[in-house]
Design a protein around this ligand. Structure first.
Ligand code: SF4
Length: 344
């Protein structure tokens, strides 16, 4: 076994994080944990993971569940396409593999929602297949360990990182090895200034020797997110509120209040909203502002309240939802401030 791999596994045996998705071989559970962990902090996933598995204990139960139920179990975790793809992928596994996730990473990659990273993680952790699982943590550790100082996202560099990561994966305990690199990246070789004094790899590490670990990996400058102003309108009609199930890619299938892109005076909003919703409304009253940050955009929301007649029919594409049934729908975190106004 490579000296680096041996040092890593020795460290993992002493310092591995105790996490509920570790310590057993169950490809479905590994898949759920990896899907939840993408773009999401471990601390957040810790509360969602057991609840999700209680609700959908088997791959078959997830495949059979209505999409709305799966989104509800995912509510607040964000990046909802992960939940939709997990369900679609489970249906695919039922149809193509009799409900058992394949062990071949190439077959895994063809399942909806499983990319190269998740395929490597599932194959190595659940089935002991010696393949790497390269995510942002691994890119950072490999760049520093081997002193890679070219843009880590350029295909040529990326391939080099993947082949260096692959060369380290041992035939025995490949899953533990991959999880050791993940843990090292999350707790020691962290973004910014790493804690090289605590690192089991410091004796082998190029960046540690050169002294530029804080500058690695080299990544292209992230584009600033686009800030989009919205007026969010809470339209009450008796004890109901007007909502729409989104059909856009972002937050697809989740319920939001009517939103109008742009900045408005209450009069302008009144005019626009009545026209677009084909409803007679009271003049909107400003209530609160809220901001929600997505990966590529920021919603800067001005929330208004207005009312329609108690018997008003919902416009096309919208529904009036009784306020006491609001908690049965899946709403994105972006609507939290608006919901808090309704439940005051
Ligand atoms: Fe990262 Fe420092 Fe360890 Fe190198 S020695 S892998 S830079 S923590």
């Amino acid at each position: 076994m490579d000296q680096i791999t041996a040092a890593l596994l020795g460290w993992y045996d002493r310092c591995a994080r105790v996490l509920p998705w570790r310590g057993f071989h169950d490809a479905y559970r590994t898949w759920v944990s990896e899907a939840m962990l993408q773009q999401t902090r471990v601390e957040t996933v810790l509360s969602y993971y057991p609840r999700f598995l209680e609700r959908f204990p088997t791959l078959a139960s997830l495949a059979e569940a209505p999409e709305a139920d799966v989104l509800k179990a995912w509510e607040g975790l964000g990046y909802y396409s992960r939940a939709r793809n997990l369900r679609k992928g489970a249906q695919q596994v039922m149809a193509e593999y009799g409900g058992i996730l394949p062990r071949d990473p190439e077959k895994l990659k063809k399942i909806c929602g499983i990319g190269p990273y998740s395929a490597g993680a599932i194959a190595s952790i659940a089935y002991d297949v010696p393949v790497p699982a390269v995510d942002g943590n691994v890119i950072r550790v490999m760049s520093r360990l081997y002193g890679i100082r070219t843009d880590a996202l350029v295909p040529e560099t990326r391939r080099r990182i993947e082949s260096l990561a692959a060369a380290l994966v041992p035939a025995e305990r490949p899953g533990d090895h991959n999880q050791a690199v993940m843990d090292l990246g999350a707790t020691v070789c962290v973004p910014g200034t790493p804690d090289c004094g605590r690192c089991p790899l410091s004796a082998f590490c190029n960046a540690c020797k050169v002294g530029d670990a804080a500058d690695l990996p080299v990544l292209p400058k992230a584009k600033p997110q686009k800030v989009i102003p919205y007026a969010v309108l809470l339209v009450r009609s008796g004890n109901r509120v007007l909502m729409r199930r989104r059909t856009e890619n972002l937050l697809n299938g989740l319920w939001c209040f009517p939103m109008f892109e742009g900045e408005f005076t209450p009069e302008d909003l009144h005019r626009q909203a009545q026209k677009k919703l084909s409803l007679t409304l009271s003049e909107p009253v400003p209530a609160e502002t809220a901001r929600h940050v997505f990966t590529h955009q920021i919603w800067q929301m001005s929330i208004y309240e207005a009312s329609a007649e108690a018997s008003a029919p919902a416009p096309d594409g919208y529904s009036f939802i009784p306020l006491d049934q609001l908690d049965q729908l899946t709403l994105p975190v972006a609507m939290n401030v608006a919901v808090s106004i309704l439940t005051r």
